[in-house]
Design a binder for this molecule. Structure first.
Ligand code: NAD
Ligand code: TYD
Length: 334
């Protein structure tokens, strides 16, 4: 198969590019990425020279460049990881979120339709469902997004549905819980806490620390998207979850324990506006229909992630300077 992975230089997209090249040695994998602050060629060093790997620098909002990449490489399927992804940035400035996460998805769907591609997998989030008071979100839960990020992702997901219903464009949408693992940009909570602590700084915990997130390791998420890409029916929707629901205060305490540090390294900071209290995903459908199950335990995955950041300062130190520092200062008013 010839697959276009959009956003393949980011955190999860780069894991999926590497996963495909390793597990499907006869596939051609084209990574189409704008290289925003979150896109990082360092994530792909180990596959740069792989003859089945091609990198194209491009914006999914630019139909001309996108169509050329599809035509030149005779693409059969698209997996869309390209997005603006950080809730706090979306609160500071939603514009680019609306552009990439809605208009960009529209462009991809138009290209899938125009070139008659076999499938497009839209990687989306549990955040489109809003905050879970009780129980877990199923694929049929109503959308109730609470941040500009979540609402722009919801817009992209609605477009996928409408293109399937109206034009039979073969889009499949996944709603995932929070990802964690190596190569995650250090603005997201797990790498932010780990790298701050490695630098001798405190872990900034929002509000009362009682918010709950469900966490899935990169390896499990790649396997789930593999199942969706190869087995899902066009028009389907799948939740991807792990069942590992953890309060933020428990998360930071686990990190401190593994790193041998005390609770004095927690700094309670002002809460995020509109902060969703809890996310929780019911992933029965993907297990029953596609035979996928999560394998990595959270404690094992978290330890491996901490070990990775400890051993790879070269990767994250440079990301925490320049533009990032400006962002960090604004975010935490330091
Ligand atoms: P990320 O922020 O690490 O990377 C996003 C990538 O997309 C970057 O390489 C960036 O350069 C690229 N990109 C951004 N705008 C682009 C554009 N206009 N054209 C082309 N490329 C562009 O993202 P991530 O955290 O790995 O998330 C990947 C996907 O998974 C996103 O769609 C996100 O909504 C979804 N998701 C993320 C999580 C999570 O916990 N991180 C959870 C559920 C779903
Ligand atoms: P984040 O990694 O931004 O993911 P999302 O908001 O998409 O779930 O945040 C995860 C949780 O951690 C969320 O409840 C907000 C909280 N958080 C902090 O407590 N401190 C921080 O500095 C950040 C970035 C997040």
């Amino acid at each position: 198969m010839r697959v276009l992975v959009t956003g393949g230089a980011g955190f999860m997209g780069s894991h999926f590019v590497k996963y495909l090249l390793k597990n499907y040695p006869d596939y051609k994998v084209v990574n189409f990425d704008k290289l925003t602050y979150a896109g990082n060629p360092d994530n792909l060093k180990e596959v740069e020279k792989n003859p089945n790997y091609v990198f194209v620098k491009g914006d999914i909002c630019d139909a001309g460049v996108l169509e050329k990449a599809i035509k030149d490489n005779k693409i059969e399927a698209i997996v869309n990881y390209a997005a603006e992804t950080h809730v706090d940035r979306s609160i500071m400035d939603p514009t680019v979120f609306l552009r990439t996460d809605i208009f960009g998805v529209y462009n991809l769907l138009e290209a899938v339709r125009k070139f008659g591609l076999k499938k497009m997998v839209q990687i989306s989030t549990d955040e489109v469902f809003g905050s879970a008071r009780e129980g877990s979100f199923t694929e049929d839960s109503p959308f109730a997004p609470n941040s500009p990020y979540a609402s722009s992702k919801a817009g992209g997901d609605h477009l996928c549905r409408s293109y399937w219903v109206t034009y039979q464009t073969p889009a499949v949408v996944t709603h995932s819980c929070n990802f964690y693992g190596s190569n995650q940009f250090p603005e997201k909570v797990i790498p932010l806490f780990i790298t701050n602590l490695l630098e001798g700084k405190k872990a900034p915990l929002y509000g009362d620390g009682q918010n709950v997130r469900e966490w899935i390791h990169t390896s499990d998420h790649c396997a789930a998207v593999d199942a969706v890409l190869h087995q899902a029916e066009a028009g389907a929707v799948y939740n991807i979850g792990s069942g590992d629901e953890i309060k933020n205060i428990e998360l930071v305490e686990k990190i401190l324990k593994i790193m041998g540090l005390g609770k004095t390294m927690i700094e309670y900071v002002k809460d995020r506006p509109g902060h969703d209290r809890r996310y929780s995903i019911n992933h029965k459908k993907i297990s029953q229909e596609l035979g996928w199950k999560p394998k990595m335990s959270f404690d094992e995955g978290l330890k491996a992630t901490i070990d990775w950041y400890r051993a790879n300062e070269w990767w994250w130190k440079k990301l925490k300077s320049g533009e990032y520092l400006e962002y960090y200062k604004k975010q935490y008013s330091v």
